[in-house]
Design a protein around this ligand. Structure first.
Ligand code: SAM
Ligand code: SF4
Length: 466
């Protein structure tokens, strides 16, 4: 129905024309990128073909410049919440695939969903990403809607609740999107996994997910049905990473052409080992750390206002490096098995997880480290709750404006965390960071207002935002 979302021939042609770029050409593109208006596909292809250390370093410097100009020091934190690992699909890289008979399958009851939510709240989370498998009778779309209500209904002993739920579930129909509009969600995300049609066919041999176009067109369906913020992504390792980055850009451009708004976020998962998942154990196009860093930096330059999400699939060291190359959101303390947060309190249950994680730090440890690195961990949900979504968010996301709203909101949500959930060491570090960061708020009136909010939070008020 939607023509030309992805043109494979154009991608191959642009990548082949851009081979062995020279330094002058690269410098020109990096200068253009620093204007923060994004890059043309031709330029993206050139940057993806950088191989030498000097030019890679220049690329990283440009990515850091843009990250700091647009996003400042903030880093948004969230936690995934899996409600079911039943799945009728057979994705060859995933531990939840139907043919994996060794995994323990659970679909959480609504009470169990509430227990999981309580565990996330205890860790200080305010943003959850809810996920499940596809096409099993125990985890229907209507069940999923009920789990959303269940999560929002939980309030902990500090009076906190999850303030924003993003969701990542299989492509929905028009009718389902209409129902989804009635519950409060932030971003609707689906990864295309691979944009390469032939590879997609091989990786998804059966089930509803084997339909490439049904999945590719889901974000067009979502926006057409009034969902405001959508997230796209590719699972790196299934096909050539340069192809996937070019395709992500084509996908983003197609949404922008059709609806005047690009994706709110891009996710960049790399395949990790998973039980009984042949393509996760023999990854067809393994992406090296060096190429992974390059692709993150290129995306930062290509779509400067699109949030970039990194999960605990990556190691602590890799995550630390990628934050400076453009990542704006990270997950923390994650479990990829339904019931995993509650279970972690009692026993270890790896054999119901989707894949192996590489950053095993607790949320508290991650938050501590993020502060120590000088970033403001933000639990902010202000934009979505004030209706700054879709194209309105993109208008806000001009240099300086994110700093004006998002930095104060990051600071006030960090203050809440420090008051309610932090260890004494983290609290001391965090207070010092707040004092420093408050001076980076560009407008005096907002700086003063932020100080007022901080005082009110110390005196017990919560959920104050700009
Ligand atoms: N089942 C839905 C779907 O496939 O769209 C919901 C999302 S699924 C629970 C979350 C994502 O995990 C998938 O889209 C896929 O990209 C990713 N994933 C699956 N197996 C993985 C692996 N072995 N390593 C890393 N990511 C994986
Ligand atoms: Fe099911 Fe999603 Fe895993 Fe595929 S990636 S097997 S659809 S949970």
């Amino acid at each position: 129905m939607y023509d030309n979302i992805i043109s494979e021939s154009q991608i191959f042609e642009l990548l082949s024309k851009a081979q062995k770029p020279d330094s002058i050409q690269i410098d020109d593109i990096l200068t253009k990128a620093k204007e923060m208006k994004g890059l043309a596909k031709e330029d993206v292809a050139v940057l993806l073909n950088i191989e030498d250390d000097d030019n890679l370093q220049k690329l990283y410097d440009a990515a850091l410049y843009i990250k700091e100009e647009i996003y400042g020091n903030r880093l948004v934190l969230f936690a995934p919440l899996y409600v079911s690992n039943h799945c009728a699909n057979n994705c060859l890289y995933c531990g939840f695939r139907a043919e994996n008979k060794d995994i323990h399958r659970h679909t959480l009851t609504l009470d169990q969903v509430k227990e999981e939510t309580m565990e996330l709240l205890k860790q200080g989370h305010k943003r959850a990403l809810m996920l499940m498998g596809e096409g099993h009778k125990s985890c229907t779309f209507d069940y999923f809607l009920e789990t959303i209500d269940a999560v929002y209904s939980v309030v902990d002993d500090k009076g906190s609740s999850i303030r924003r739920i993003n969701i990542e579930i299989a492509p929905l129909t028009d009718d389902e999107f209409q129902k989804l509009k009635n519950v409060k969600i932030g971003t609707y995300t689906v990864f295309q996994e691979t944009y390469h049609r032939e590879t997609y066919k091989q990786m998804h041999p059966s089930g509803k997910k084997s339909d490439y176009d049904w999945r590719l067109e889901v974000m067009h369906r979502a926006l057409k049905n009034g969902i405001q913020d959508v997230g796209i992504g590719a699972l790196f390792g299934l096909f050539d990473y340069k192809f996937e980055v070019m395709a992500l850009i084509q996908h983003a451009e197609s949404l922008d052409r059709e609806f005047n708004v690009g994706p709110h976020t891009i996710s960049i998962p790399r395949i990790k080992p998973a039980a009984n998942a042949p393509m996760a154990l023999h990854i067809p196009h393994q992406v090296s750390d060096r190429d992974f860093k390059k692709l993150v930096a290129v995306l930062r330059l290509a779509v400067p206002y699109t949030g970039m999400i990194l999960s605990t699939r990556e190691s602590m060291d890799m995550r630390t490096e990628l934050i400076d190359l453009g990542i704006s959101q990270i997950s923390a303390g994650s479990k990829t098995n339904p019931g995993g947060y509650k279970q972690a309190m009692n026993e270890h249950d790896e054999d119901s997880s989707q894949f192996c994680l590489n950053d095993g730090r607790t949320s508290g440890e991650i938050i501590h480290d993020v502060i120590r690195m000088g970033h403001v961990p933000s639990f902010c949900t202000g934009c979505y709750r004030l209706g700054r979504v879709g194209a309105d968010f993109m208008d806000l996301a001009k240099p300086g404006l994110i700093k004006l709203h998002c930095l104060p909101n990051g600071i006030t949500t960090l203050k809440e965390y420090l008051e309610d959930y932090a260890s004494p060491e983290t609290k001391a570090l965090g207070e010092a960071l707040i004092e420093k960061e408050i001076m980076n708020i560009p407008a005096e009136n907002i700086r003063n207002r932020t100080r007022e909010f901080l005082n009110k939070i110390e005196n017990g008020e919560r959920d104050l935002y700009f």
